[in-house]
Design a protein around this ligand. Structure first.
Ligand code: ZN
Length: 314
């Protein structure tokens, strides 16, 4: 497989206003696309990222208002981490505290990590890394460019036993183990990297054999998507997943990228998504995310769909 790193991560949220406020105001991300769940147009699907929602920067949400929270645990992506420069640690400590966001700190493979949760309990991290990360953040009025979030650093997948997932990543998906570190409870965090490595290319595996299995719902990750450059690379990846015995979807057109899906042996839903065509296919970069965009099949029902969606906070 010719994977290039993480593409996007999609999670489930409850209250849309609280969600938008948290990501755009507190974390300083850009709302780069407002559309609906292509499988259920009565609910938003919102994308937050850098200036253009560059692959590797986009955290996206489905909204399940009034639905119960899920349980975070084995069989899930349990933490989504952004990359920030090591020199930004104090800035983010102060900013999270100023917005009333409780956080804890730890050191991971030599980098400082702030751990916190979004309003629905979704596990988030900022890795203040000494590694080079040339990606440019969104120019947010309250977050200086020097401190802005660069895009994803890594995702943590938790399993009762990480063995089969590690084997899939290494033997079929082009990942390699790059580091391992014992956690305070005695379990291991095992870092895997793909392509050139570095922030955006990491998947960390953590084993939690005795924790209750995760349950999908608000505040949990729905799926993790990996990047490929081209459709040809995606079709090659599809063949590789099939050869590994996974049930793989056909290629699906998601307007902003083309996707295939398969559930990995440990239970996490994986997607592979193309870098093209990207979020500027249906609106200019200057006004990304400011109006509701619908796929062609829902355009005839726009008035009805729009009237059922709550207005977003500006
Ligand atoms: Zn996706």
């Amino acid at each position: 497989m010719k994977l290039l790193g993480l593409h996007h991560i999609t999670a489930m949220a409850g209250d849309v206003a609280a969600n938008v406020g948290f990501y755009t105001r507190v974390l300083g991300l850009r709302l780069v696309k407002r559309t609906v769940n292509f499988d259920d147009p009565s609910a938003y699907h919102l994308y937050f990222g850098d200036t253009v929602g560059t692959p590797g920067s986009a955290l996206t949400f489905f909204y399940w208002a009034g639905q119960p929270r899920g349980r975070v645990g084995p069989g899930q992506a349990t933490a989504t981490a952004w990359s920030a420069p090591a020199s930004s640690l104090a800035f983010w400590r102060e900013r999270l505290a100023a917005h009333g966001v409780a956080f804890t700190e730890e050191t991971r493979f030599g980098d400082a990590v702030l751990r916190f949760a979004d309003p629905d309990g979704l596990g988030l991290e900022i890795v203040a890394t000494a590694e080079a990360d040339p990606r440019q953040p969104w120019a947010h009025p309250e977050v200086p460019l020097a401190h802005g979030l660069r895009g994803f650093h890594s995702v943590t997948l938790t399993h009762a036993d990480s063995g089969r997932t590690s084997e899939l990543l290494v033997s079929r998906m082009g990942y390699r183990e790059t580091a391992r570190e014992a956690l305070p409870d005695g379990t291991l965090r095992v870092r895997h990297a793909v392509a050139d490595g570095g922030p955006g290319a990491y998947v960390d595996l953590v084993a939690a054999p005795s924790a209750p299995r995760g349950r999908p719902g608000v505040g949990t990750v729905h799926h993790v998507a990996f990047r490929v450059a081209t459709d040809a690379d995606e079709l090659a990846a599809q063949a590789e997943w099939r050869a590994a015995g996974l049930q793989v979807s056909p290629q699906i057109d998601r307007n902003y990228f083309h996707s295939i899906y398969a559930r990995e042996p440990g239970g996490v839903l994986f997607e592979i998504a193309t870098d093209q065509p990207g979020f500027t296919i249906d609106e200019p970069v200057e006004t990304l995310g400011t109006t509701l965009k619908l796929p062609a099949q829902y355009e005839p029902h726009r008035a009805e769909i729009e009237s059922a969606l709550e207005p977003l906070p500006v």
